[in-house]
Design a protein around this ligand. Structure first.
Ligand code: FE
Length: 444
């Protein structure tokens, strides 16, 4: 009897993890245990090869919802092929050991099997049909396709780097990055709202990136102090109102909307939206919890109707006369004005005598396990530069983060205003406190 059988992975354990939150993604964890089986009288006399136990783990992520992108599907296939290669490499290594030790004792059939194994493994180990080239990047984007594709196309034309991307909401993308860990194909995460970027950084999926270009292009209050995320556009969350029903001097500040003169005249979007959570978080940073809670209770007492699911509905309610004033992101105002220029609404810039208008950002970070961190950093740097800033901000009628770039003409026409200089990271740090406070204040 031969002392060893051919080495092989004697166990494959398939674990079906919980479906990733909201993403519809399912993680299949393949744990392969590779070892040499011993048997018979030689079981206690294993040589150097036979005593090894190889333990490796590969994780396959099958995101059914995200697989609609064929290119991304190819990436999933690449992972499966890598698992086969991985299996074969260990098998070949073991086979080589075995062959050396037992060459004299193997019959021709076994020799043939070993040689075939060596050949098959060698071919698979060098020939993967889908290999990520150095000039390819993978981006996970919570910003919609029509807002990122023109940028990726422009970057590709300029540099020859091809960008593969998937788009989804921030929460499932973040959950996916966490679940994928070091096997993630993503190099860059793009998302909206500092609250989401802060969450991504605090969950450890972003890398700290040292870049003089990013420091120069992006003001300090619009990026992470530890360089894990960088703002790429500014969105102002300001007051919108019906000029024919709001008298001069009535509008002053966000806090002023809690005053009794607005009783039955205020419309708000739901507190479940991260934009409002960030707004209230910055109010907590400025006023403390007790005073902020009083203000939010004042807003709730002034509501004309239950909170709406989105900013556009808030503006439509004002236009319809259901209320006189609301709080929205300016790009929603821009979109509505493009569709219905006769809506008769106007923007107001609150808090111009103190801390300024609440702003937030969309931004990006290089992922912790990016295969090509320097290329990923170059992409984010390019996005902060003049050429990309015009496109990045202009496509969604937002404001460039780069002070050297002026906004799109439509946005400029809304007038100049003083921006809050508080670091947007506060929106993330105080997000949980903000959610609890709004709940206590009865803001649904
Ligand atoms: Fe939005």
């Amino acid at each position: 009897m031969l002392p060893y059988r051919l080495p092989y992975f004697n166990q494959f354990i398939l674990l079906l993890d919980n479906p990733v939150q909201d993403g519809g993604a399912i993680t299949i964890r393949v744990i392969a245990l590779a070892g040499f089986h011993t048997s018979g009288k030689h079981s206690n006399s294993q040589g150097g090869c036979g005593s090894q136990l190889l333990h490796r783990q590969m994780i396959i992520h099958i995101g059914f919802r995200q697989c609609e992108s064929f290119l991304f599907f190819l990436l999933q296939i690449k992972m499966i092929i890598n698992i086969i290669r991985f299996y074969c490499l260990f098998w070949v290594a073991g086979a080589a050991c075995f062959y050396t030790e037992n060459m004299m004792r193997t019959d021709s059939y076994r020799s043939f099997k070993v040689l075939v194994a060596l050949l098959f493994g060698a071919i698979l180990s060098v020939a993967s049909p889908i290999v990520m080239a150095d000039d390819e990047l993978v981006v996970y984007s919570a910003r919609k396709e029509h807002l990122v594709k023109p940028l990726f196309d422009a970057y590709g034309e300029k540099t020859g780097v091809s960008i593969k991307y998937i788009t989804d909401k921030a929460a499932p993308l973040l959950a996916r990055l966490q679940a994928e860990g070091k096997n993630s194909p993503a190099d860059v995460l793009i998302t909206v709202d500092a609250g989401n970027l802060w969450q991504a950084a605090s969950k450890g999926v972003l890398a700290s990136v040292e870049s003089d270009v990013l420091k120069k292009n992006i003001p300090v209050h619009l990026r992470d102090a530890d360089n894990r995320w960088f703002g790429l556009s500014v969105r102002a969350r300001t007051v919108v109102y019906a000029p024919e029903r709001v008298r001069d001097g009535e509008l002053t500040t966000y806090e002023g909307l809690a005053e009794p003169i607005w009783k039955g005249r205020l419309c708000l979007r739901t507190s479940k939206k991260v934009y409002n959570q960030s707004l209230v978080a910055t109010m907590i940073a400025r006023h403390g919890e007790a005073k902020t809670e009083e203000i939010i209770k004042g807003w709730v007492a002034n509501l004309a109707t239950a909170p709406f699911s989105n900013d556009t509905k808030v503006m439509q309610a004002i236009a319809a006369g259901q209320c006189d004033v609301g709080i929205v992101n300016t790009y929603y105002y821009g979109r509505l004005m493009k569709k219905a220029p006769d809506t008769g609404l106007a923007l107001f810039w609150p808090n111009q005598n103190d801390h300024g208008v609440h702003i937030n950002i969309s931004g990006a970070g290089v992922t912790r396990y990016a295969e090509n961190r320097s290329e990923a950093t170059k992409l984010v740097e390019w996005l902060s530069g003049e050429e990309a800033q015009k496109i990045f901000a202009g496509l969604n009628m937002e404001y460039p983060v780069n002070p050297g770039v002026s906004p799109d003409g439509i946005v400029l026409a809304w007038g100049d205003f003083r921006q809050d200089q508080l670091n947007v990271a506060k929106a993330g740090e105080l997000q949980a406190a903000s959610v609890m406070l709004m709940d206590r204040a009865g803001y649904k």
